[in-house]
Ligand binder design. Sequence first.
Ligand SMILES: C[C@H](O)[C@H](O)[C@@H](O)C(=O)CO
Ligand SMILES: [Mn+2]
Length: 429
Amino acid sequence: MTNSTNTEKAFELATEQYESLGVNVTRALERLREVAISVQCWQGDDVVGFEGNDGALGNGLAVTGNYLGRARTPDELRSDLELAYSLIPGNHRLNLHALYGEFNGPVDRNEIGVEHFAGWMDWAASQGVKLDFNPSYFSHEKASDGFTLSNADSGIRQFWIDHGIATRKIAAAMGAAQGNPCINNFWVPDGFKDTPASRKAPRERLAASLDQIFAEALPAAHTLDAVECKLFGIGSESYVVGSHEFYLGYAISRNKVLCLDAGHFHPTEVISDKISSVMMYVPELLLHVSRGVRWDSDHVVTYTDELQAIMQEIVRGEFLERVHIGLDFFDASINRVAAWAIGTRNALKAVLAGLLEPTEQLEQLEQSGDYTARLALMEEQKMMPLGAVWDYYCQTSGVPVGAAWLEKVREYETSVQSLRSSELGTANA
Ligand SMILES: C[C@H](O)[C@H](O)[C@@H](O)C(=O)CO
Ligand SMILES: [Mn+2]
């Protein structure tokens, strides 16, 4: 018996088990196929980008590890992404940061234009990949005092306002070209290491700057603006201007997409519990699915309870149309293509688990007050044969089943990544 036959047999048995609980497995797989995860470009090169300034990472972002093979050019990054996508079932998006343009010389952030992303747009069209975008408010001399859009200096603020306006135009062009809105996510690192005297003034400046950036209405069919909060960063331990409350209020009052990053809250605070609340008040939600570990908000996504809970909440709330799932992690201590494969496959496995849950039955038990059976069924769910359905999904999607994808990464590491010297770019220490 071949392995693929085994996968099919296991799937048939698993289907029987799920269907005995009233779950439609075929429908779950059809819905999973529609889920496009926005894969973050920055995992591929340790958030260095292509501005040619040696990529000193700043503003609270830090990458540790020195694994061989960091992508040093747009072509290398695209090649690495192509391998990653070939290991992940379904059609997924690419989340590009502004510092990943193809600049051919010094172009400051306030001067970037669509032309610098033409190569990415052509490549994305050729791959059937849709693009999302982000202004880059970090790793720049005008962010070196820790403040950008909320800087007390009006000249610096204007520079960053112009950057934000430029990125909206680029995102709109991407969205028009791909016939699907490009989500342009604003994460602004501004904050104080130590206790501020005025928490209010920088927040007033940030809101005013954002209002200027968003003053021009752009077609929602082309681009959607998102805003991302954070509790603290390295160097902004005491105060971050763009806190959760700030952006929740901003997104609601300006009808913007709210971005929740799973690593941006207190270590015991979870975003899964926030989804159903914020969805009552914001039009759409962007998630940065990540894994916080102590001080770091960006470990590779693993199949944690919280990951499962996030995807459960999206499915249970019937939010798949209104929640955009993006990833945000960067780890330079392991093969970077493997990091994408591990994190994205895990995110999809968790969506699948949510889609295979007998939600109606659980809700009926809850409504009837039978919390004993609700807990019992939830716990029994954990032993259901999710892996058999996942393997079948991978097989029928033409991507490696089980850990077979790792062999492809190893081959690529030997034949491509290990030949990259660190001279073209700077390896992170
Ligand atoms: C590079 C990303 O935009 C960045 O990680 C941001 O989304 C974030 O989460 C900062 O902590
Ligand atoms: Mn994030």
